[in-house]
Ligand binder design. Sequence first.
Ligand SMILES: C[S@@+](CC[C@H](N)C(=O)[O-])C[C@H]1O[C@@H](n2cnc3c(N)ncnc32)[C@H](O)[C@@H]1O
Length: 235
Amino acid sequence: MSRRRRSASSRRWLERQARDPWVRRARAEGFRARSVYKLEEMDRRFRLLRRGARVLDIGAAPGSWSQYAARRGCRVVAVDRLEMAPVEGVRFVRGDVRDPALWRRLRAELGGPAEVVLSDLAPDAIGDRVTDRLRAEAVAEEILALLPEVLAPGGLLVLKLVAGAEAAIRPLAAARFARVRFVRPRATRAESSELYLVCEDYRPQAAGDATPPASGTGAGSTGASSPSASRAPRS
Ligand SMILES: C[S@@+](CC[C@H](N)C(=O)[O-])C[C@H]1O[C@@H](n2cnc3c(N)ncnc32)[C@H](O)[C@@H]1O
């Protein structure tokens, strides 16, 4: 791409950012990205985040979802393959979630099974609809397959998808969770094909998944407390 075309598209991007009310609100409220309002909407609708809950934020950079969860009083571990500036109260792990060895590290950082797994992860898009959908499906499948490493029975998953991927991913999610819903939050850009699966009440045994170890050490195989039992009232 020529320098002139790149600067024209950068200018258009900057103009769009300046006009976008969600961007302005995020700046005013000290959040790093407008996407925080997608999580906020889902949290208001489905009561996802409770004070004290262990939360794993996947694909976390630049960090607005982690900021939001930390402000809600959750104990947050964030992971991204990019570096992320520190967020108060959030433990950050740098790595690629397709690496199974990383999940042992995440489990250790969490210090016990998570009550909530959030994934706003976006694989690199190449602009080819089919390839991009297949990539999104592949990484969503990997996240679902690795849930037993980190998610407590009864827990919640929020999983970003691109339109079209839900046909492959929904049955896999429905085999593991008692309730699965699609959500397209209001802050989603009109031209974006993204949507979220909100999956409630993780049932690892139903899909033949092992339950997660009780501690971050990898020892033991049960003992995860039920998230609903550990939920405190919303502040
Ligand atoms: C849309 S951004 C997340 C925005 C974030 N929720 C926020 O509100 O600040 C998606 C992130 O997914 C990360 N990502 C994509 N593929 C990844 C992978 N395989 N492993 C870890 N992170 C990944 C990208 O580096 C990017 O930071």
